[in-house]
Design a protein around this ligand. Structure first.
Ligand code: MIC
Ligand code: SF4
Length: 645
């Protein structure tokens, strides 16, 4: 059978299992990345494994999320991360050097290799032909220790791109079209592999916009072939030697095929407050806007920002709009400065922020109450911007710039001819803000400020469990709902006791107190529970508060893996009627939970309050069973024979 590109790369990294969709496989990991908000925990976990140096080909630690230093916490974390990197053989991308995914694409990604990152948008590097997967920090720590990464072999979907994008229609509209058709659950358990004649029309950063937002489809990862366009991108990065031609075999077979005729697409947006609430710009044009934010790991490349600058050149942003620009990397920043685009942006009234995640994760620039904000980002979950009743739209940089000029959502096609950006013949490339690991690691002292608290561990799973159903939620609960981010809470990422006070704080302010009082407790969710980020804090904090199991209609991949890793049992309702039957406040008992997990596919749940019984699926592989029974992956690893060499 002719093979897809995803199949080829996975097979060349296969450590165990069969590449049959739905089976558990393990793959070797060539590269890892972490960012500061997930990295501190990942490195505390890595330290606990007592491995002297990372065993990957390359590991990079980025600082891009927690860059607002409103107190000592973030700076403490940066110092910790820098010293850990020096000691353990990790490259350290300093604050200000840019957003991990953009920098990784530019400076480190290698076609055909595997990358595991403690951030859900790690698949961005699929734009270069990598199998790049987002995971919890603990999984990344294990990969740094040289162990394989376990995952369910995904189905492979061919997204066949044909034709050419019309005027003002861009890569963001391709992924919006997929989100419109497939929804935020549509990619679950799948790899999205792009191919077809339309691929050659897209540059690597444009491909990366698409693979980046594959995370919003719930896909395991997304990837493009590595072709002459990839080669040119790597040449501009002075890394042409990293290039290799990679494509699917002719007549490769796929589990599913989706066709997108790019010429038929129109400019689109995602309406508040989920990335799949896609509408044509024409349907929402005229909506008054108070803020426009351009940047994030989705759309902050050189071409994106030069296009915006050209659109704004000689004009001033609408008096009712605050426009922010965050260049994706210091490389982009420097190149737009030298090219002159930066001056045009400043003159037009843009508020230039540093090269970091910034407003995308609510680190500053929260919009005013009820105000409409249009963002070139990838997520618009409720309240993520930092304002509770925000009205955030996602759009291409082109729609953002047109909107910033007019003060209302604007179809850029009404502005005349599209902008043609000429790429420079040479890029300014400088790795001065990437610190290589120390040559004398034994001399490096790990700097641990008071913000860095020890990692809490779970207990092995008890024979039986009983407690209150503390919270019943609906579909598409995000990790931003479970453990919000933003400038107040993000700095506490290295301090689980402190951050746990914010667990579910946006959906139920009484959760923390109730959980503390309850001791052992449960949570119920609808479909796609835990969509969004890879933050393992959304499992760690509930674990710390005594949540023993989450019962849902279905789970998002990374969050389910994080629950397992921290010993919280993820259970799936056998039917919608079972979901309907439980009520918040019910007392639940899992009388033989250990035995059930060991011997059966279902775990018995007694609803003591309602006098009913139900059986919920655990869906755990043999390995996951052992992890959950041990009380999480760290406990499980400690019982395993030590890794060699
Ligand atoms: C996000 O976009 O939600 C984040 C912040 O980058 C997260 C990681 C985190 O919560 O630290 C992600 O996407 O995984
Ligand atoms: Fe940063 Fe936003 Fe990208 Fe997450 S989605 S990595 S917060 S820019």
């Amino acid at each position: 059978m002719a093979k897809s590109l995803a199949q080829k790369i996975i097979e060349s990294h296969l450590v165990s299992g069969e590449t049959v969709a739905g089976e558990e496989i393990a793959i070797s990991i060539d590269q890892t990345l972490t960012q500061d908000a997930t990295g501190t925990m990942a490195y505390l976990q890595f330290e606990a494994m007592q491995v002297p140096r990372v065993r990957t080909k390359l590991s990079v630690s980025y600082v891009d999320h927690n860059t607002l230093q409103t107190g000592f916490e973030n700076a403490d974390d940066h110092a910790f991360l820098q010293s850990i990197a020096a000691r353990y053989g990790i490259h350290f991308s300093r604050p200000g050097n840019g957003i991990c995914h953009q920098v990784h694409l530019e400076r480190f990604g290698v076609p055909g290799q595997t990358l595991l990152g403690s951030d859900s948008h790690t698949p961005t590097a699929g734009g270069l032909g990598m199998i790049a997967i987002g995971a919890g920090g603990l999984d990344v720590a294990v990969a740094m220790a040289g162990q394989p990464f376990y995952l369910t072999m995904p189905e492979i979907v061919l997204v066949r791109l044909t034709g050419k994008l019309g005027p003002w229609v861009v890569a963001k509209d391709v992924i919006f079209e997929l989100l419109r058709r497939l929804t935020v659950k549509g990619g679950t358990g799948k790899v999205m592999e792009y191919d077809g004649p339309g691929v050659a029309e897209l540059s690597v950063p444009e491909r990366a916009t698409i693979t980046n937002m594959g995370a919003e489809l719930g896909a395991t990862c997304s990837l493009f072939p590595s072709d002459e366009v990839t080669r040119e991108f790597l040449r501009l990065q002075k890394r042409e030697d990293a290039w290799a031609a990679l494509t699917a075999e002719e007549d490769a077979e796929y589990d599913e095929v989706v066709e997108i005729a790019m010429g038929e697409l129109e400019p689109m947006v995602a309406c508040p407050s989920n990335p799949d609430k896609v509408a044509k710009v024409t349907e929402v044009a005229g909506t008054k806007v108070v803020q426009v934010c351009i940047g994030s790991c989705t759309n902050s490349s050189y071409k994106d920002l030069v296009t915006v600058a050209e659109m704004l050149k000689g004009k001033t942003v609408h008096p009712g709009v605050s426009l922010t620009i965050s260049p994706g990397s210091r490389q982009v920043f420097e190149n737009i400065a030298r090219q002159g685009a930066l001056a045009d942006l400043v003159r037009a009234g843009a508020r230039i922020l540093e090269s970091a995640c910034g407003p995308c994760i609510g680190m500053g620039q929260a919009p005013p109450t009820g105000g409409v904000s249009v963002r070139s980002f990838n997520r618009n979950f409720p309240g993520r911007s930092g304002t509770k009743d925000d009205q955030a739209y996602l759009a291409s940089p082109e729609v953002c710039a047109a909107t910033a000029l007019r003060g209302e959502i604007t179809d850029p096609r009404t502005l005349g001819d599209p902008i043609q950006v000429r790429m420079p013949v040479e890029f300014v490339v400088d790795d001065g803000m990437i610190v290589p690991p120390s040559d004398e690691p034994e001399m490096v002292e790990i700097r641990r400020g008071p913000n860095i608290k020890p990692l809490p561990l779970n207990q092995p799973m008890p024979e039986s469990m009983s407690g209150e159903l503390l919270l019943k939620l609906g579909d598409n609960v995000t990790t931003d709902d479970i453990l919000p981010a933003g400038s107040k809470i993000l700095p506490l990422r290295s301090n689980i006791p402190a951050i746990s006070e914010y667990t579910f704080s946006r959906v139920d302010a009484s959760f923390f107190e109730r959980a503390k009082e309850a001791g052992m407790s449960f949570v119920v969710g609808g479909g796609n529970y835990g969509q969004g980020s890879s933050r393992e804090h959304a499992a760690l904090a509930p674990m710390y508060l005594g949540v023993k199991a989450v019962i849902a209609k279905s789970f998002a991949r990374i969050h389910r893996a994080n629950l397992v890793n921290f010993g919280i049992l993820p259970l799936t309702f056998a039917s919608d009627a079972d979901y309907d039957s439980v009520q918040q406040g019910d007392r639940l008992e899992l009388p033989d939970v250990r035995q059930d997990i060991e011997a059966k596919a279902q775990v018995g749940v007694v609803n003591v309050t309602q006098g009913k019984e139900l059986a919920a699926e655990h869906g755990l592989t043999d390995r996951q069973k052992e992890i959950v029974l041990a009380g999480g992956l760290l406990n499980y690893i400690r019982c395993e024979p030590a890794a060699d060499g």
